[in-house]
Ligand binder design. Sequence first.
Ligand code: ZN
Length: 194
Amino acid sequence: MIKNVVLLSILSVLPATLTYAQGAKSAAKSTESKSSASKKADSKRAAKISPECKFNINGNDEMHYTATIGSKPVISPAFDISIPKSCPLFEITLTHIGKLPKEAMGHNIVIAETANLEKIATGGSTFKDKDYIDPKADSLVIAHSSVVGGGDHTTATIDTTKLDPKKDYSFFCTFPGHFALMKGKVLLVDKPVK
Ligand code: ZN
């Protein structure tokens, strides 16, 4: 969603000759490049996302995601992120609960078809300035957050209309080498999981 908002706002101000490649390049930049108007629109929308359409996940210094599922702490890849079909948008907040800087133990969260996981994760490893997302693989990414280090947090918002119930999706970290442990399935579910 964030990606789309940025892209749309860029498209509205740049000449019509803008190529997709340039658009994707600009959109991959940090949210700092956003206008204050689009930031306001974002926070307005975020405020409207109901609690069952949100998920909190942590990243630690041991190269794992952790989360609380049904009051139990779990470590990736032993848990799924379940998205109720009733959620038009689904917001994932990733908090880095470790101490290491993002250059050493950075984490992001990327949502894509499981079939594309390895391609996206390995292809992105050299794109440090683009949150470890290869611009060429951008179209395969459903949603992604920025990369954060210890003590910081970030969000990824999924436009659930992009999820096909017949396909298999995963979440994963594209910091080099992390996807082996930092991954799990993204499931579309009929009812919110408590
Ligand atoms: Zn990571």
